[in-house]
Design a protein around this ligand. Structure first.
Ligand code: AR6
Length: 203
């Protein structure tokens, strides 16, 4: 059934950017990203789904990560890595997006969550990574704004660094998928006019 989900693929400097509808716990990539909270001790939404699918060892691995201050293993905008245990993905990269407040305060933190996850993947020599729509559930980030930040951050990263082969957005709801599709069309339009990430292509 889920094999019929629509999929958008865009090539960026030799890497593939994929946008699809689906359940991220099913993705056989090097790493899936978890939209976690600062405790890294599990929660609802995609976090709960990832912990259920990975099995109880994931919680133990998270608990073993050091706290940076009481109750905080991963501050907002940062990322941490664990094995994937029973998941098809080899690793889980846990990041924490912002609870949405306003664009000025929230956008830099959301971009940082994507960017830290990408950097951690590269540090570990990973080639493929799948993201959910970080902050778009319990943390209430407006979908169109989140989509544009997510895509701009990933596209800029793929243009700057050439280690990653594939970045997937695995979106759980049709509304989220459509927001990512709209944002991609907008950014592709800008790229066509030569204004997307000016200078980063080296041309
Ligand atoms: N695969 C892909 N995406 C999913 C899945 C799945 N299996 N399940 C849900 N989503 P949320 P947040 C989507 O609330 O807003 C947790 O309790 C969902 O439709 O999971 O960053 C954490 O512990 C939405 O588009 O994360 C934190 O306390 C997106 O994942 C808090 O929620 C993110 O929704 C984090 O809130």
């Amino acid at each position: 059934m889920t094999t019929e989900t629509p999929e958008i693929v865009w090539g960026i400097d030799g890497a593939r950017l994929v946008i699809k509808l689906g359940d991220i716990t099913k993705e056989a990539v090097d790493a899936i990203v978890n939209a976690a909270n600062q405790t890294l001790l599990g929660g609802g939404g995609v976090d709960g789904a990832i912990h259920r699918a990975a099995g109880p060892q994931l919680l133990e691995a998270c608990r073993a990560l050091p706290e940076v201050r009481p109750g905080v293993r991963c501050p907002t905008g940062e990322a941490r890595i664990t094995p994937g245990f029973n998941l098809p993905a080899r690793f889980v990269i846990h990041t924490v997006g912002p609870v949405y407040r306003d664009p000025a305060r929230s956008a830099p933190l959301l971009a940082a969550a994507y960017r830290s996850s990408l950097e951690l993947a590269v540090e570990h020599g990973l080639k493929s990574i799948a993201f959910p729509a970080i902050s778009c559930g319990a943390y209430r980030y407006p979908l169109d704004q989140a989509a544009e930040i997510a895509l701009r951050t990933v596209i800029d990263f793929l243009r700057e660094r050439d280690q990653l082969e594939e970045v997937r957005f695995v979106l759980f709801t049709p509304a989220t998928y459509r927001a990512w599709e709209r944002a991609l069309r907008k950014l592709q339009g800008e790229a066509g006019k030569g204004t997307l990430a000016p200078g980063s292509t080296g041309t």
